[in-house]
Structures are given as C-alpha cells and as structure tokens.
Design a protein around this ligand. Structure first.
Ligand SMILES: Nc1ncnc2c1ncn2[C@@H]1O[C@H](COP(=O)(O)OP(=O)(O)OP(=O)(O)O)[C@@H](O)[C@H]1O
Ligand SMILES: [Mg+2]
Length: 251
C-alpha cells in the first residue's frame, strides 16, 4: 500500500533522512523505532506532505504522492497524528471532533462517527462541551485520536502516542490503536516505547541517523540485543528479552 524509496529530507541543507526505504502492506501495523533525532517524525511528515523531500519517491496505492498537498492526502485517507497531541485549545471537545470530520462531512455520517468516538472514549463524551485546552494530557491524547478517527483513516501515521502518559492510559492508547486496526486502517507507529510498538506491530523498521538499518518481524526485533543496546542505547535489553521470551516447551 505504501512504498517509500530512497527518501531524502534536509532541513536547511542538513540531512535528516538519507535514503529511507520502507514498504507497508495493506492492513499491517508497522513500527518505526529509533533513538532521538533518528528521523522518525521527519519520515511521517514527509508521508503526510508536511515537508517536501529533496529526493526519493513515496507511493500510496500505486500512486505517487509527490504533487499532492496535505489536504489532498487527507482526502485519500492519510491521517497524521503528530507528536504532542495537537488539539485546538479554545474549541470544545465536540468542535475538535468536527474539525476532524470536515472531509467526511460532505459525505454525511458525521454524527455516527462522533458517537463511535464517544463510545470508545466515554471521558470525551462527558466532557464534550469542555475546552480542548482544559483536558488532562491523557484526555487530549484521546481527543487527538478521536479526531483522527473522525477522518476515517486508511493509512494512520501515529507519532509517539504514548508519550508522557501514565501506564493505565498507555493501555488505553494500545486498545485504541487495535481498534483503528480492526476498523481496517493500516498503521505506521512511531514510538520511543519500542516494547509497546513492537507488541502491537507485526513488523518493524529501525532507523538510525536517517537510514533504515534493520527490518524484521516484531518478535525477532524484540529479542534482538542489537536493537536495544546499539540502536536504542538501552542497557536493559536482557530484561526486555526475558519478558518476551516464549516459555520453555515442556517435554
Ligand atoms: N524543523 C527542523 N529544523 C531543523 N532541523 C530539524 C527540524 N526538525 C527536525 N530536525 C532535525 O532532523 C533530525 C531528525 O529529527 P526528527 O524529529 O525526525 O527525529 P525523531 O526520530 O522523531 O526524534 P525524537 O525521538 O526525538 O522525536 C534531527 O537531527 C533534528 O534536529
Ligand atoms: Mg519525533
């Protein structure tokens, strides 16, 4: 569904992506993991048209995205939930959800979509008249998700959805991601929380200083010491590995 080849992005002539190749199949959840500054958010921004690559190609359902503006990408169902839960602080919860559905509204079904969001996140229903900016961090994340849901994503780009959330809310985020997936969305998930991302994904890509250095199934990445020690700079990989090791077969 999504094919990225040799993608290069520069910020003021300084390279951020240096030849990224990625392939995502319809219906997959794929994780993109890597250290701070590796180029994860930049990759998502290039896909959703927020920044223009200096070289390389991005194809979605066999069609090049090069000449499309972000609004056209939204029409195609490419929905980006950026880092840091961008909700409109002065708009109410309900108004925030309406913004997400502007592409959908022309086709009707806004009310049903909104009720679905409220069923999934009852806290948002209780606070539908409250200003977005007065919600707690976790509630704002739910609202950012709800807004994405209103746009009926075909390809959902999630940037650090668990960042700064308490463990119980991280579980809620994981459930919401599963829900998007059940609804048929293909998902590219960027996470510092690699265990969370690889727990949800079937495959993963590891990015280091603007290049994909490793790709494998999620279970293989979870038990690959290089991923934790070299690429993510974590010294606790043995603990991580232990947690995910399959129980020894009983003979
Ligand atoms: N607007 C910008 N202007 C200049 N440099 C930028 C800009 N945005 C990102 N960069 C640089 O590009 C590189 C990749 O940044 P990016 O935000 O993609 O990293 P990331 O993998 O998402 O990191 P993090 O895990 O910290 O969110 C970094 O070196 C960063 O400093
Ligand atoms: Mg980032």
């Amino acid at each position: 569904m999504l094919r990225i080849e040799n993608l290069h992005v520069e910020y003021a002539q300084i390279p951020a992506l240096r030849g990224v190749d990625m392939d995502i199949n319809t219906g997959e959840i794929v994780a993109l993991i890597g250290a701070n500054g590796a180029g994860k958010s930049t990759t998502l921004k290039a896909i959703s048209g927020l920044i223009k690559p200096s070289a390389g190609t991005i194809e979605f359902a066999g069609r090049s995205l090069a000449d499309l503006v972000p609004e056209q990408l939204v029409e195609l169902g490419i929905i980006h939930v950026p880092e840091g839960r961008r909700v409109f602080p002065r708009l109410t919860v309900e108004e925030n959800l309406k913004v997400g559905s502007y592409a959908l509204r022309a086709r009707g079904g806004e009310k049903e979509a909104r009720e679905r969001v409220y069923t999934l996140f009852p806290r948002l229903a209780e606070r539908r008249r409250q200003a977005g900016g007065s919600l707690s961090g976790g509630e704002q994340q739910m609202l950012a998700f709800g807004r994405a849901m209103m746009a009926k994503p075909v390809l959902l780009l999630l940037d650090e959805p668990s960042l700064g959330l308490a463990p119980i809310l991280v579980e809620e985020v994981a459930r919401a991601i599963d829900r998007f997936h059940d609804d048929g969305a293909t998902i590219l998930l960027v996470e510092q929380n690699a265990e969370l991302a690889l727990g949800l994904a079937s495959r993963g890509f590891v990015i280091e200083t603007g290049r994909i250095v490793l790709t494998d199934t999620a279970p293989n990445l979870l038990k690959n010491p290089n991923v934790w020690a070299s690429y993510l700079g974590r010294e606790d990989w043995e603990v991580v590995d232990e947690r995910h090791r399959a129980p020894a077969p009983s003979s």
